[in-house]
Design a protein around this ligand. Structure first.
Ligand SMILES: Cc1cc2nc3c(=O)[nH]c(=O)nc-3n(C[C@H](O)[C@H](O)[C@H](O)COP(=O)(O)OP(=O)(O)OC[C@H]3O[C@@H](n4cnc5c(N)ncnc54)[C@H](O)[C@@H]3O)c2cc1C
Length: 262
């Protein structure tokens, strides 16, 4: 299994560090579970577009770096991003809120598997604390008390439903008790995504207009992807880093010095 990325680089870059947490507060961790392992499928796909010789005549270049540079200079710079659809990544994401995962799954060209709130009991659910709450002692105390209370109320509701329907199995009880679980509740999700879609989603989710949590998640994805496949994925960044900002300019392009087109 690949090394987990834990950089939270964006959050740190804005001066936010998670305050002392209680045992139920968690932070986002992205792990690379698997990737295609080589640029060869993308390289072969690109070569066959321009080759007379057929697959037997297409030989891999001497290294992954050489294939990456060839792809960048001969294909991607010309806007032929479809070639990146032949490279896949599978990420395991934990420590994100349901609010964040709901935004993620709106990107339909990816495959997802998410922890169930029917099969997994949520009485002691873990949760994500927004920076604005963590930095404000009054808000933090209120928030933590509310999370504790919701956990207790969830268990209480499970008990009431079980008494009313002793035949019901746990899934049946949980599927209705979960209605009082907040958006803050932690979830875990596996995402399989191709390289083109990853590049396109990054344009949106690394933008300052994106919500802080999904942006922090994509910062981790960016760090992992660039370390795993340099050159080709050096360019992950928001739209403004590609020179096509529609949001009026926020200065974030400077954070992505490599993302200036392929
Ligand atoms: C900053 C920000 C704020 C947002 N705010 C809101 C909000 O307030 N409310 C809300 O509901 N959503 C909101 N969204 C979500 C947004 O509307 C999209 O659903 C989300 O960004 C996924 O879009 P996508 O193009 O990446 O993915 P997809 O919608 O999965 O599309 C992927 C690609 O396939 C193409 N495609 C897919 N389906 C179709 C189709 N049926 N017809 C034509 N082309 C298609 C698209 O052109 C796109 O290139 C927000 C997103 C961002 C980044």
């Amino acid at each position: 299994m690949a090394k987990p990325g834990r950089c939270l680089s964006h959050i740190k870059s804005e001066g936010y560090t998670m305050s002392a947490t209680n045992s139920r507060e968690v932070a986002t961790t992205v792990q690379l579970l698997h990737w295609t392992g080589t640029l060869l499928p993308a390289y072969s796909a690109a070569r066959i577009c321009y080759s007379k010789v057929g697959f037997d005549g297409i030989k891999p270049l001497e290294s992954e770096a050489a294939m990456g540079e060839w792809l960048r200079d001969r294909v991607l710079k010309r806007g032929h991003w479809g070639i990146l659809e032949h490279i896949h990544f599978t990420f395991g994401v934990s420590g994100i809120s349901r609010a964040c995962s709901h935004q993620l799954v709106r990107h339909r060209i990816a495959s997802y598997a998410q922890q169930s709130q029917r099969y997994v009991d949520k009485a002691d659910f873990k949760y994500i604390t927004p920076p604005s709450v963590a930095e404000n002692p009054e808000a933090l105390q209120f928030y933590r008390e509310l999370m504790d209370e919701l956990g207790e109320k969830y268990e209480k509701l499970q008990g009431i439903l079980r008494t009313a329907n002793p035949e019901a199995n746990n899934e049946k009880i949980n599927e209705d008790a979960r209605f009082i679980i907040p958006n803050a509740c932690e979830t875990q999700i596996v995402v399989t995504i191709n390289g083109r879609q990853l590049t396109e989603i990054s344009c949106k989710r690394l933008c300052s207009r994106a919500q802080w949590e999904i942006r922090a998640m994509f910062e981790q994805i960016r760090t992992i992807t660039q370390a795993t496949v340099p050159v080709v994925f050096d360019n992950l960044g928001p739209d403004c880093a590609w020179g096509k900002c529609k949001e009026g300019g926020c200065g974030r392009a400077a954070m992505y010095p490599k993302a200036k087109g392929w």
